[in-house]
Structures are given as structure tokens and as C-alpha cells.
Design a protein around this ligand. Structure first.
Ligand code: DX5
Ligand code: ZN
Length: 234
């Protein structure tokens, strides 16, 4: 099931903004696969965060891809700006988008990877028609809007369902989780079928530093994948 190892996308929402460039460089050195950028507008979620100028500045300090998670009411208005700033992929939400197919096609027409996020209360079944068009599904394991929340365990059966749908319809599509990911919840999520994890506070908030935090997270995911292989071989 897990072909190339589990991808890790540190979320800079939890980074120290006074030394953002340094934190991103640390994440890159520690083996991050991409940088997750949480964009919030105070409408779609009850919080505001950052916009394209942050990505433009950070583009100078890393070669990692930027994955932009748009928690905003009108994502279509902002794609061009983020592409110019150097974004590599977009994740838009299923919730509140009356013209989702158009939004997804627009990202594809810009030559960028496209992901669809679903909130904890949104069922996997909404993916049925749109899954063939997606490069990634982001299952929110917290309600979007804030970092440092607790992983919602009732999302685990949905993660398993999404994994099954992906295997049937579009095996190349990634299944990423976002919210409350630490070594313990990473194990649960990967066992349920995730192949990519967003992690903010467990990476940038770790007292031992980004490197140690990334190592712990990676060890947890590798152990889970190896156990799974062991079970399959028995
Ligand atoms: C929540 C964001 C997450 C958040 C994760 O709305 O989409 O990406 O930064 O933060 P942690 O890992 O602290 O839950
Ligand atoms: Zn996010």
C-alpha cells in the first residue's frame, strides 16, 4: 500500500515567524518532503494567517515544493498570485464551494497539482465524482482554523474508506492527513491508509528542535509501514 514511504509536510503555521526562513531551511535539512502553507481569511475559518508574499520570500530559501492549503471563501481569486509567488500545489476545500469542478480544472490548467480537503464532518462519499481529477485528498483530522488541536479519532474509519476509494479509482492519488499529527497519531493515520502527513506543532514546537522532531515522526511512520509489511508477509 505504501509504495515510496510516507511523505511529511511541515506546516509553517506553527513556526517561529520571526525566523521563518531559518525554520523552513531546518525542515528541509531534516528531510521534509514539502512545505505546507495554511492560508486563512477570517471567513471560511475563524482565523487569519498568511498570503502569497510569505511564499514569495520563502521561495528564496528552499527548493522544496510549497503546498498551499486554502482555507478561504473564494480560492479561485488567488491562484495566479500564489503561482507567481512560487507555489507548486493547491489544496482547496469541498465545503462551501458551489463550483468545485471549475476550481479543480482551473488549478490543473495552471499546471499545478491539485488536492481536495474534507472537514471532519464531511463524509468520504463526496469524493466519488471528483476523485479521478485529484492528485491528493486531504482528510482534516481537526476542524480547520488553528494549529495545536487534538487529533479527532473518529476520522479514522473515514481515512480507511478514502484509502479504499483511492485504490479503486485513482491509485496515484495521495492521501494526506492534517491536524494533531504527532508520532502517536501518525501511527494510527498511517495504519488507516495515509501516505502523507501534515504536522505543525509537533515539528516546530518540539523543545528538542526540528531535526529531532522530524526523526521521531519518520521513525513512527516507518515502523508502522514495516509492521504492515510484516503482517502482509505472514
Ligand atoms: C489547521 C491547519 C493545519 C495546522 C496543523 O487548520 O490546516 O495545517 O497547521 O497544525 P498542528 O499540526 O499543530 O495540528
Ligand atoms: Zn493545513
Amino acid at each position: 500500500m505504501h509504495k515510496n514511504g510516507i511523505k511529511i509536510a511541515p506546516s509553517i503555521l506553527a513556526a517561529d515567524f520571526s525566523r521563518l526562513g531559518e525554520q523552513v531551511a531546518q525542515a528541509e535539512r531534516a528531510g521534509a518532503d514539502r512545505i505546507h502553507v495554511d492560508v486563512m481569511d477570517g471567513h471560511f475559518v475563524p482565523n487569519i494567517s498568511m498570503g502569497a508574499p510569505i511564499v514569495k520570500s520563502l521561495r528564496q530559501v528552499t527548493r522544496l515544493p510549497f503546498e498551499t492549503h486554502l482555507m478561504i471563501t473564494d480560492p479561485d481569486f488567488f491562484f495566479d498570485e500564489f503561482v507567481e509567488a512560487g507555489c507548486d500545489s493547491f489544496i482547496v476545500h469541498w465545503e462551501g464551494n458551489n463550483n468545485l469542478h471549475r476550481t479543480i480544472q482551473r488549478v490543473k490548467s495552471l499546471g499545478k497539482r491539485v488536492g481536495l480537503a474534507i472537514n471532519p464532518a464531511t463524509p468520504a462519499s463526496v469524493l466519488e465524482e471528483i476523485l479521478p481529477d485529484l492528485d491528493l485528498v486531504l482528510v482534516m483530522t481537526v476542524n480547520p482554523g488553528f494549529g495545536h488541536q487534538h487529533f479527532i479519532h473518529s476520522t479514522l474509519p473515514k481515512i480507511q474508506r478514502v484509502r479504499r476509494m483511492i485504490q479503486q479509482v485513482r491509485p496515484d492519488c495521495e492521501l494526506e492527513l492534517d491536524g494533531g499529527i504527532d508520532p502517536a497519531t501518525a501511527r494510527l493515520g498511517v495504519a488507516a491508509g495515509a501516505d502523507a502527513l501534515v504536522a505543525g506543532s509537533s515539528i516546530f514546537g518540539d523543545h528538542d528542535g526540528v531535526d529531532a522532531a522530524m526523526n521521531r515522526l519518520r521513525a513512527a511512520t516507518e515502523e508502522t509501514v514495516n509492521n504492515e509489511k510484516g503482517i502482509l508477509c505472514e
